[in-house]
Design a protein around this ligand. Structure first.
Ligand code: ZN
Length: 198
């Protein structure tokens, strides 16, 4: 992917790697030169991302801060990570808002941004929540995010493109079946899925 690339020293924030420290061959590879002190651990990525643990923690905090919302476990991955949904009060019609299952496009933040906008106590968000139930799924592929995968989960499967297999009755990744089952239950009036790159 095109620069900028990003780095995050442990315990600090994401920052772009300086252009002079990046050698990028389009469609081939990218080399980063990082000047680090001994013993320092850094994460590098094509996009700054929030870890699935941090997202889960934030969802639990939000659920505690908003007693009118509920936190639903819609599935558990092969590695035991929970796929969670934050839901506003039930209404006749539902809008489902989720991140893509492609971890290379970290989209938990825009999903949670929509959540914050819809819980800002404004007249607009109030009337929207009176009309619709909103369901947010910011980390639909937590194993893939944890391992820093591009499209796959922790089992080298591609949940995003396995819905056809699930519908054919074939074995499909747990993320795929969990998400489909949830969406089938909701039958949303509207569906918004965030992709942050391609
Ligand atoms: Zn995408």
């Amino acid at each position: 992917m095109d620069p900028p690339y990003w780095m995050c020293p442990e315990g600090k924030s994401w920052r772009p790697v300086d252009d002079g420290d990046v050698v990028f061959e389009p469609r081939e590879n990218c080399e980063l030169s990082l000047d680090l002190k001994a013993g320092v651990t850094v994460s590098v990525a094509n996009k700054p991302y929030v870890t699935p643990e941090a997202i889960e923690e934030e969802m639990e905090t939000l659920s505690a801060l908003h007693p009118d919302l509920s936190l639903a476990e819609i599935g558990v991955t092969a590695e035991g990570r929970r796929i969670l949904a934050l839901e506003t009060a039930t209404r006749e019609e539902t809008i489902l808002i989720n991140a893509t299952m492609q971890p290379a496009e970290p989209a938990a933040r825009p999903v949670l941004a929509a959540f914050y906008a819809l819980t800002d106590r404004s007249a607009l968000s109030h009337s929207l929540r009176e009309r619709f139930q909103f369901c947010f799924v910011p980390k639909p592929n937590p194993d893939g995010s944890y391992h820093g995968m591009s499209c796959t989960n922790g089992e080298s499967e591609v949940p995003m493109f396995s819905f056809g297999r699930h519908l054919e009755g074939e074995l499909a990744p747990e993320e795929t079946t969990a998400f489909w089952r949830y969406a089938e239950e909701l039958k949303p009036t509207g569906h918004v899925e965030f992709h942050t790159h391609y």
